[in-house]
Design a protein around this ligand. Structure first.
Ligand SMILES: [Cu+2]
Length: 418
């Protein structure tokens, strides 16, 4: 009897001791989505539920890529990862509220998440993740892409939890948070779009990185309350260009920072994100996004920015670029002040207008389309839409090249304004 009691006591002690004895462990978990079919020269975008770690722990790093059925990473000339956003479902977003907390995103710049040692994004076994993808196929035939994401995950250890803060100059405006840079300025002139966010709590920003599109000069994080610019994310350009070009190529890398001490921000501080773009030429459907990670902490006043560990890349000014249409516009020249937009074509592809004319596109597709200037005297674009109309008044003479950004190889248009 005494022996059994001793065994039971020993077992109980062992159970009690288990959490303390459990080894802190970091492992890399790999997940792959089901096949995503993308039509030739087309774009596929969709939200979907995503597999996530089924044990309580912390995300400390993350990256995503597009692979084929054999698991080979796809280059920018096949099925390209245009954008991907991961969110925790049922949790309000820090800056947008709602029911999806955005915590990781990647674009062409392939920005991986990597938190400084000791910090983690807390995750429960029961948490549900979703992702929103946008893939682009640069081949003429329909292809399957698979999104493979790797999560560096820590269990058995209490880390300092961080909160993702999604700053976006077009925040909370839906799945396509874009704006247009009109262009037409002198060489080296810039166009800046800003957005402010007031901090609801104090803490330290321990990691951050940015997202810009073609023509981007820099993404600036300013503390408008303190009058400081603690971080700028700058683009690196170059690398192989996909052919045919279906959009203006974006940066191949954006600089990011990590800091164990963290950039101090106090409750009530106004953070101002500024996306600075080249304005010597139009850059349509541009973005300006910065994802920061906050470790809540007692911070007062305007503290000094600590030394940041910056992954700089090789930043430079955006290269001059002229985007050709994927095919030549065809048909009779129309002088009418409107046309229709249907499935995979515009009513008129060649149009001649007098300066000052307001031109209207009437949408009547069974899938979404848009109108996007890719070159010309002034940049503008219409949002993705099924029905309704979009108008633009042409005040600058010249030749405008346009396409549907969702079906760029099929839907092209040229408008000459005299
Ligand atoms: Cu279209």
């Amino acid at each position: 009897m005494a022996r059994i009691l001793r065994l039971l006591l020993f077992a109980a002690a062992a159970t009690l001791a288990l959490p303390a004895l459990a080894h802190a462990e970091e492992r890399t978990l790999t997940f792959t989505t089901p096949a995503i079919s993308v039509e030739g020269y087309g774009v596929a975008q969709q939200p979907m539920l995503a597999e996530s770690p089924k044990i309580d722990g912390y995300v400390v790093g993350m990256e995503a890529e597009v692979v084929d059925a054999q698991g080979r990473v796809q280059g920018r000339d096949k099925v390209m990862l245009h954008h991907i956003v991961f969110a925790k479902v049922g949790v309000p977003d820090y800056t947008c509220g709602g029911a999806a907390e955005r915590f990781f995103a990647e674009g062409e710049e392939r920005l991986a998440l990597s938190l400084p040692r000791g910090y983690g994004y807390a995750n429960k076994a029961t948490d549900r993740w979703g992702l929103l993808y946008m893939l682009m196929n640069h081949k003429p035939q329909r292809l399957n892409g698979f999104i493979r994401y790797r999560v560096r995950y820590v269990t058995g250890e209490a880390l300092t939890p961080v909160k993702p803060i999604w700053l976006d100059v077009r925040n909370c405006t839906g799945p396509d948070p874009v704006f247009d840079v009109p262009g037409g300025g002198r060489t080296f002139s810039t166009f800046t779009k800003t957005a402010d966010f007031t901090m609801p709590e104090s803490g330290r920003l321990v990691s951050g990185g940015g997202h810009l599109h073609g023509g981007g000069v820099r993404l600036e994080l300013r503390n408008a309350t303190c009058g400081t610019v603690p971080f700028q994310s700058r683009p690196t350009w170059g690398g192989p260009k996909p052919k045919p070009l279906l959009h203006e190529p974006g940066p191949t890398k954006m600089s990011s920072f990590r800091s164990t001490a963290g950039i101090p921000v106090a409750k009530g501080d106004r953070l101002r994100l500024a996306a600075v773009y080249d304005n010597s030429a139009p850059h349509t459907r541009a973005m300006g996004i910065m994802l920061l990670f906050l470790a809540p902490d007692a911070v007062r006043g305007c503290g000094a920015t600590p030394a940041l560990d910056i992954d700089l890349g090789r930043p430079s000014a955006p290269p001059a670029f002229s985007m050709p249409l994927p095919r030549a516009p065809k048909g009779k020249v129309s002088r009418a002040a409107s046309t229709w937009v249907g499935d995979f074509r515009y009513g008129a592809e060649r149009i001649l207008l007098r300066r000052g004319t307001t031109f209207t596109w009437n949408f009547r597709g069974s899938v979404q389309h848009d109108v996007t200037v890719v070159g010309g005297p002034q940049g503008f674009s219409a949002p993705w839409t099924l029905t309704g109309r979009f108008s633009h008044r042409f005040t600058k003479s010249g030749t405008y090249r346009l396409f549907c950004s969702l079906h760029p190889a099929k839907m092209v248009q040229q408008i000459t304004v005299r």
